[in-house]
Write a protein that binds this ligand. Sequence first.
Ligand code: HDE
Length: 680
Amino acid sequence: MERKPKKPNRKAEQVEQFSRNNYNQKLTTNQGTKIANDENTLKAGERGPSLLEDFIMREKLSHFDRERIPERVVHARGYGVYGNFKVYQSQEALTKADFLQNPNVETPVFLRFSEVAGSKGAAETVRDVRGFAVKFYTEEGNFDLVGNNIPVFFIQDGLKFPDLIHAVKPEPNNEIPQAATAHDTFWDFIANNPESTHMMMWIMSDRTIPKSFRTMEGFGVHTFKLVNARGNVHFVKFHWKPRLGVHSLVWDESQKLGGIDPDFHRRDIWELIDSGGEAVWELGIQVIEEKDEFMFDFDILDATKLWPEEDVPVRIIGEMRLNRNVENVFAETEQVALHPGNIVPGIDFTNDPLLQTRLFSYTDTQMYRVGTNHQELPINAPICPFHNNQRDGAMRYIVDQGNVAYKKNSIWNNTPKEVPPSQGGFETYPETVSGKKIRKTAPSFADHYSQARLFWNSMSHWEKDHIANAFSFELGKVKSKDVRQQVVTQIGKVSNALASAVAEQIGVNKANVKESSVTKSSPALSMAKTKKMVETLKVGVLVADGFDDAMTKDILTRLQQADVRLVIISEKQQAVKGKNMNRLEVNDSFLTASPLLYDALLVVGGENLDEYTKAEMKSYVREQYMHYKPIAFLKQAAFIAKELGIEGGLGVLVETRENKSQFTQEFLTNLAQQRFFSRK
Ligand code: HDE
């Protein structure tokens, strides 16, 4: 794909001041001494021992020895991208947050997508919750919305977070399995911590195997406060809605992709942006008035609960466009320090006990992982000025002038000066609090099953099937029959039917418990009715010599006009010739490509296909068919559909004399559908 110039971005331009171009430069040590020989250590004689005196070798190796910093204790595998955010209309009635006032102002953002459980090198398509962490570089300081792609969480109190993570990470005695929840300790945790039930339903749905970063929703999860200039407060939940809709992989596909392309998600967004594309989300907020805090049948401070969109509608307030790749993954994505405690005037925390503990944990881990002065690094520094009396510490970069580093002082007229709230100084919302010091879960946090059932009720047929299969797979990998049984009993409290289907598959008893009586559903929770469009989908085109070049050219041109991305695949990475001797450049061979990598197939075929080509084309088609994807065959390749017995199958289009003129249009319609889950 063609590389396009990078999109302007104020934050990235600030970071650029620190970037260095080594091309065509002279090789030196870090002290600037030019190096004459970078391939031989200094030795006593040609075959002699190396000399300690060799400052060039010592500097190079000791720097290399320290290249890694500790990976994040969770969310280690991640990928960052720059973009801009714009509010559609001033949100002044709700908040004084500067970046939510003026629709003409673009606020630079950096988004790090991540996967919770896997190590830094884990495959990207595993079943896992995804982090969705946005740093807004506003004129009033950095605001970090450090969310996930699932609106609820496993636990209600952050004191249990280390326990949850110890249970989900590879088991400590053998460090197995990597980036997977399908093991005993994870399910043992779930079975014994019933507040996880709602989250358990979400993680067994296709939400945890997203098709790409671009087709995930993002959620702030916690309830936050918005505070306006008059000091009025509203409770909010934040939502990111992807322009392309919410789409997932299927399980078989996600497992195989882990081997075929462990970088499947980052490759998708990197390639898109590198070729000039943009990934777009809208920001939405759900708002509850302060007086309505206790109007719901759940506690709005409980992070295991969502606010059904049908009861509290999502108001769309702005748009984020990601359109610039980083220059250096370590300097930017690895060193970025995202922290839910980074807020700006107009936004405030609530007493959600999960959020409260997060406020401690992030700075603490970043001090350890990146260092005391991590906030000075180019990726972390705000774009607005920042001044205070904090000094020194390892790797201090800023050179503070003068002799004053304290308050109060008279030498510098008591500056840097505090700023009154009326001029933008942060003021905590003066909430009244009272109560005894106590370690106790609020009784209003006690219901763990109603929303889990609400979620189940809201799923389409195929989503329910996928959830049952996911439970059967995951629990099938659990060795302790007792843990399997405990989880099935827990599922039974959500749905007896689901528990029975799983119990039968994994060889335990059906759940003998009363299921939740909730009959309500929330259509917004299902992915079945999500937006569907062809934009930026990838079609694999299988061709061979002697192909129908006139028809093919017409289809390919029209697909490209619809912003469909094409990958031309043939036996060899050499151009193929059509019936009319037109050449078609080939991007990949059957060997380097894979049917797993495309959203659909166009099987063009060719003349006198050899047995190898026929076999490869069939295996591509089989795999795509199994993953419910649209497949179209030109006349020359129609025999493949016939021999595989899929002619007439849902989403399978075969060129005939009658449909020739509408062929591309029909293919585009199927393509927009993306998957045909009713296909047998
Ligand atoms: Fe995090 N989490 N978390 N988390 N979290 C971290 O901070 C923590 C939670 C989330 O791309 C760590 O810098 C506690 C909920 C994301 O760099 C650490 C609790 C949500 C990221 C930490 C939670 C998240 C992190 C590890 C229980 C969704 C990656 C490295 C109260 C709303 C950010 C780091 C990035 C990272 C602690 C729960 C999202 C250890 C104690 C709930 C997206 O500080």
